[in-house]
Design a protein around this ligand. Structure first.
Ligand SMILES: Cc1cc2nc3c(=O)[nH]c(=O)nc-3n(C[C@H](O)[C@H](O)[C@H](O)COP(=O)(O)OP(=O)(O)OC[C@H]3O[C@@H](n4cnc5c(N)ncnc54)[C@H](O)[C@@H]3O)c2cc1C
Length: 425
């Protein structure tokens, strides 16, 4: 089936309703007076937009609590339903289409979906994100859990729940958890687990000697991209909540219940891998120019190199900062800024104006929650830590929801999530 929009209506198709795709749709809506007759189709294989910075909360949130929370309640603070989104935003120019993108045809200006649907476009925005990279380490795909999407967070939750159930019944004596990769995601996951088990000890549910959490990193330190002072605070916090740091340690293989490193073997009843990201396989089929790692290189306007009407933003795009020559980091913040640029440039293309260039800031302020009511915020030359850092992070969560939802809905989402997740904090 071919879905077409009749000219002169300008059809903008966005692939992926994550941080980049959703924000692009909203930014286009803001420019409706300038765009005049247009329609936006937002395509995603999932039915919800996920706020990844809070994913770790889903894996442990209220797990120890007697009060049971259903899946819907656990998701309520991280997932925005996409089918109802255009209505929630009162947008008549936005359609959400659920479907898996299997390819594009730049010559015919069509997107192909797995169910056979073909959708024609005038402008195409690729915002499909990234996949987990296992760096070819044997056994990771088979034996490790991940922390990339909502389903991953629930898998971790399930494993923890199984262990706790068996421990309480006396069928399990001890659990050893290994988190592989100490970037922001791995570090905050390890910290969340450290704090969660610490809570269980304080509540008399588990004995301290009956669990071990290790954070394994090949580089000399955790959170390698952050300033030294920031890393010192992060290390101190992890030690306080009982996370064992194993830096300068390369994971060579993951087996069932065991991780083989260059320093020896470690027991791992639960292994969570967060070693990095790689391009999605489907992007290779698009026929676009790719860089040596498989990312899509873009111009300063975020137009895909060599294309006139295909743009790429977010994790999938290799945007090189003109000041440093380095790739802009794969961050939600960078992605949402690129989304504003793409919306502006699609508008300018229709107005026959010159495109604007994306100028990334010299520093990205990042907030990392480290278990319980503790957060670290890196402002570059200075940082905030502890409870203050935690509140800054909570405020950032709210402002994100408010940027994509009407105030009332954003507040309810933030409140519902906080109500469930705060039980561990
Ligand atoms: C656990 C975790 C925590 C993070 N914390 C932070 C943080 O605190 N701060 C920060 O700045 N960044 C954070 N990030 C990084 C941030 O999530 C990414 O940089 C951001 O999501 C990139 O946005 P995107 O739009 O490129 O991709 P995504 O947000 O991943 O969106 C891509 C979308 O494309 C869809 N999709 C993929 N393939 C297909 C297909 N074939 N067909 C249809 N749809 C498809 C996906 O379902 C998804 O909805 C975190 C990431 C993770 C995993």
């Amino acid at each position: 089936m071919l879905v077409m929009h009749t000219p002169p209506q300008h059809h903008i198709v966005i692939l992926g309703a994550g941080f980049g795709g959703l924000r692009t749709a909203l930014e286009l809506e803001k420019r409706r007076a300038r765009l005049k007759d247009f329609h936006v189709t937002l395509i995603d294989k999932r039915s919800e937009h996920v706020y990844t910075p809070l994913l770790y909360e889903v894996s442990t949130g209220a797990l120890h609590d007697n009060q049971k929370f259903c899946v819907g309640e656990l998701c309520s603070g991280v997932a925005v339903p996409l089918e109802a989104y255009p209505q929630a935003m009162r947008s008549k120019r936005l359609t959400f289409k659920r479907g898996e993108v299997t390819g594009i045809d730049p010559k015919k200006k069509e997107v192909h979906l797995k169910d056979g649907t073909r959708i024609s476009y005038d402008d195409l925005v690729v915002a499909l994100g990234s996949a987990v990279s296992t760096f070819g380490i044997p056994g990771v795909n088979e034996h490790a859990l991940f922390m990339k999407c909502l389903a991953d967070a629930f898998r971790v939750r399930q494993r923890l729940a199984e262990f706790l159930g068996a421990y309480v019944e006396g069928k399990e004596k001890r659990v050893e958890i290994v988190v592989g990769g100490a970037g922001p995601t791995g570090t905050e996951t390890a910290a969340e687990l450290g704090n969660f088990f610490d809570r269980l000890v304080k509540n008399g549910i588990i004995k301290r000697k009956d669990y071990e959490i290790r954070l394994v990193e090949a580089a000399p330190d955790i959170l390698g991209i952050y300033p030294e002072k920031f890393r010192v605070h992060a290390r101190a916090r992890l030690e306080t909540i009982g996370v064992i740091l194993m830096t300068n340690t390369k994971i060579l293989e993951v087996k069932k219940k065991q991780v083989v490193t260059d320093k020896g073997e470690i027991n791992a009843d639960v292994m969570i891998w967060s070693g990095g990201i790689r391009p999605l396989d489907v992007v290779k089929t698009f026929g676009l120019a790719l860089d040596e790692k498989g990312w899509i290189p873009v111009e300063p306007s975020v137009l895909v190199k060599g294309q006139k009407d295909i743009w790429a933003i977010g994790d999938v795009a290799a945007f090189l900062d003109p000041k440093t020559g380095k790739r802009v980091p794969a961050l939600a913040q960078a992605t949402t800024k690129e989304a504003s640029v793409v919306a502006e440039n699609v508008t300018r293309r229709l107005e026959r104006k010159r495109p604007m260039a994306f100028h990334p800031p010299s520093h990205w302020v990042t907030a990392i929650p480290l278990g319980g009511a503790y957060g670290l915020v890196d402002f570059g030359s200075w940082s905030l830590r502890g409870r203050l850092g935690y509140f800054v992070r909570k405020a950032a969560d709210f402002f994100y929801f408010f940027s994509i939802l009407p105030f009332g809905q954003a507040f309810r989402m933030w409140l519902k999530g906080t109500n469930v997740y705060i039980k561990n904090d």
